[in-house]
Design a protein around this ligand. Structure first.
Ligand SMILES: Nc1nc2c(c(=O)[nH]1)N[C@@H](CN(C=O)c1ccc(C(=O)N[C@@H](CCC(=O)O)C(=O)O)cc1)CN2
Length: 297
């Protein structure tokens, strides 16, 4: 058996095109342009790439992009003051503080200082609570993108057995909430789960988000299952170069699964596409418009 490869890169391009259409319609009806502010503290190389891509793709979607790059030793009080300014700025509909933050900064404090309405990352505690309670929320981008890929493949997810491997606040927990909202039977598996391999083998949908290169082997996967690989791990090759791999052993998964997201080119590109979608959603909500169709959970 050879699984289908889910092309997240192409799907994300489609989402970005729909966001761009939505932005054009929004500007025409409301007379202002939605804006996204991104705050980057420090020089983490991967974060710099992600922030640069966010800036470019925000402009390509027709939105305003406000980039704030701060030195690694910026005092926490200065970061909080910047967030306060952005919260009060009517030109800014979405605010994202790039993670990870330097060690001297209390990330939870900064995340929760972002206005919940402008929290396009969906990390603010009131958005976490709203999602858990099944209320309208801003939804974290990577889980939202993963959900879109799953809905595209299966239509309804109702009644499916979903296993989420990993319990982070950014991916694992919100992913589980979204799958539950779509009426899956959800299990969260983690480092303390007994016989994790057997638990994963029970999954019609397996979402791997543990940050451990190629941890999920072919034997962990139920034949025909859909595997969403959220991991992005850079490993050394025997030739002394580096390459990106996911949390799933891709070649083995391809032998067993029904469909697999690759790394790169799977879930990763959906993260920024959903950030743009969330910014448009936030702009809609700010003027009392209904949520843009097909771009929310
Ligand atoms: N405030 C946030 N910080 C971080 C988030 C987030 O959602 N909000 N997620 C990640 C980083 N991230 C966006 O910020 C991100 C990660 C990966 C990709 C992506 O397109 N990956 C490519 C491969 C890229 C590469 O070559 O390195 C892929 O998988 O195809 C986009 C965005 C942590 N921080």
């Amino acid at each position: 058996m050879t699984a289908d490869v889910i092309d997240g890169k192409a799907f994300a391009a489609g989402i970005r095109a729909r966001v761009a259409e939505g932005v054009a319609a929004f500007k025409a009806s409301q007379g202002f342009t939605p804006g996204l502010a991104v705050v980057l503290v420090g020089e983490d190389p991967a974060s710099q790439v992600y922030v640069r891509n966010k800036h470019r793709q925000t402009l390509e979607a027709g939105m305003e992009s406000f980039e704030h790059r701060l030195p690694a030793d910026t005092p926490q009080a200065d970061i909080l003051a910047l967030v306060e300014k952005l919260n009060a700025d009517p030109a800014v509909n979405g605010i994202l503080v790039q993670l990870p933050l330097p060690d001297h900064v209390d990330a939870d404090l900064v995340i929760n200082s972002v206005s919940a309405d402008k929290d396009v990352d969906g990390f603010h505690i009131s958005n976490v609570g709203r999602l858990g309670a099944g209320l309208k929320a801003m939804v974290p981008c990577t889980p939202l993108g993963s959900l879109m890929l799953l809905r595209d493949r299966h239509g309804s997810l109702s009644g499916m057995n979903a296993v989420v491997l990993g319990r982070s606040n950014i991916v694992g927990k919100p992913m589980a909430q979204l799958l539950l909202k779509d009426s899956c039977t959800v299990t969260i598996a983690h480092s303390r789960t007994k016989d994790i391999e057997a638990v994963c083998r029970g999954a019609d949908i397996l979402v791997a988000a543990v940050g451990r290169p190629e941890m999920v082997r072919g034997s962990w996967i139920r034949p025909g299952a859909t595997v969403i690989d959220v991991g992005i791990n850079r490993i050394e090759t025997p030739e002394g170069k580096t390459r990106l791999v996911g949390d799933v052993h891709f070649a083995e998964a391809m032998e067993v699964a029904g469909a697999v997201t690759p790394v790169p080119g799977g879930v990763g590109p959906m993260t920024i596409a959903c950030l743009l979608a969330n910014t448009l959603t936030s702009a809609h909500r700010s003027v009392g418009l209904p949520d843009p169709e097909g771009l929310t959970a």
